[in-house]
Design a protein around this ligand. Sequence first.
Ligand SMILES: NC(=O)c1ccc[n+]([C@@H]2O[C@H](COP(=O)([O-])OP(=O)(O)OC[C@H]3O[C@@H](n4cnc5c(N)ncnc54)[C@H](O)[C@@H]3O)[C@@H](O)[C@H]2O)c1
Length: 252
Amino acid sequence: MFSLEARVALVTGAGQSVGAGIATVLARQGATVIVNDLTIDRAEKVVAAIAEEGNHALAAGFDVTDLDAVSAHVRESEAALGHHVDILVHNAGVALERTNKRFRELTPDQWSPSIDLNLYGLLNTTRVVLDGMCDSGWGRIVQVSSGSARTGQNIGVSMYAAGKSGGEGFMRHLAAEVGQFGVTANILALGHQKNLEEKMPPEMIDRILETIPIGRLGDPIEVGAACGYLSSNEAGGLTGQTIDFNGGSQTR
Ligand SMILES: NC(=O)c1ccc[n+]([C@@H]2O[C@H](COP(=O)([O-])OP(=O)(O)OC[C@H]3O[C@@H](n4cnc5c(N)ncnc54)[C@H](O)[C@@H]3O)[C@@H](O)[C@H]2O)c1
């Protein structure tokens, strides 16, 4: 069950943390994984770790906000592998404007970076792989989103939320458009992940943990396992859905 043998997967922003976990799990399930990152060295390290486990991957360094670059690199990877991309996990996306600035404090030129990455990155990568999926009659698209797309938080991430929620709306319409071609489109809305421990002071982590019923932060391999299921044949009946993956947190 849940085998991804003979599938080609593209995971964006997979050079570290959550994306690396997703790439690792998809490769363990048998997919050949195109490991994308803006920083090619990071992608190559993940590819080496996947190869060490005896699985298959190749690195592709490109910026998901640049449609021409996405297209050129994806076509090049597909030619090298002799197969089109069957599975897209759009994971690249962080709150670029995350300086804890509220909307009133942001200048208009600070609006677009997070929207470009979280929304246009999803549109660009989807546009480049969608025809191959539809023409072959099978495809899986997963947007890695965040609980902050559907809830208000006074922590200065409004543009991040604008990008993520725009992407979620797009995914629901995409699911309706491409279901007839055997292509599914789902959203995994993450809660707080382990790598926040590197970015936040311990007392802030403790406050976050109080809001998570399982009492711990998210694990990239577990997120990878969820993506692995959503990417499988067995998940063909599940589309257009948002799955909260947040340890049971009610605050998202
Ligand atoms: N970490 C969390 O607590 C958390 C919570 C909710 C949602 N998420 C979501 O999970 C996903 C992964 O988050 P993370 O914490 O692992 O991020 P991260 O910052 O640790 O890693 C993101 C990777 O994406 C790459 N990247 C950035 N911009 C890119 C671009 N334009 N093109 C290609 N690659 C690019 C970076 O180089 C980096 O290696 C994101 O979509 C994020 O919004 C994370």
